[in-house]
Design a protein. Structure first.
Length: 85
C-alpha cells in the first residue's frame, strides 16, 4: 500500500507537469492584465522539480504518522504491580 501511495503520487505529479506544459491558453499575464503590463508568452512551466516529490512524500509521511498513532493505541496497558505484603 505504501509503494502504491508513493508510485501513484509520482505518476500523478509527472502527469500534471506534462499536461501543464502541453496545454497552452495563450499569453499568461504575470499580474493583473493591464495594457502594456508584464506578460509571459506561451505556456507556464514548472521550474522547481522538487515540487514533484512533495505529493508522494506527504502521502508516505502521513501514512507513517497515522500508522504510528494506530500502533501506539494498540499497545496494552502495563499490568498493575501486586500489592505489598
Amino acid at each position: 500500500m505504501l509503494a502504491g501511495l508513493a508510485g501513484g503520487g509520482l505518476v500523478a505529479a509527472f502527469l500534471a507537469r506534462w499536461i501543464g506544459g502541453v496545454v497552452n491558453l495563450g499569453t499568461a499575464h504575470v499580474a493583473a492584465p493591464v495594457a502594456g503590463g508584464p506578460a509571459v508568452p506561451g505556456a507556464l512551466e514548472l521550474t522547481a522539480p522538487g515540487v514533484l516529490v512533495a505529493c508522494p512524500l506527504l502521502a508516505v509521511g502521513l501514512y507513517g504518522l497515522l500508522l504510528g498513532l494506530g500502533l501506539y493505541r494498540d499497545d496494552e496497558p502495563p499490568l498493575p504491580s501486586p500489592p505489598p505484603l
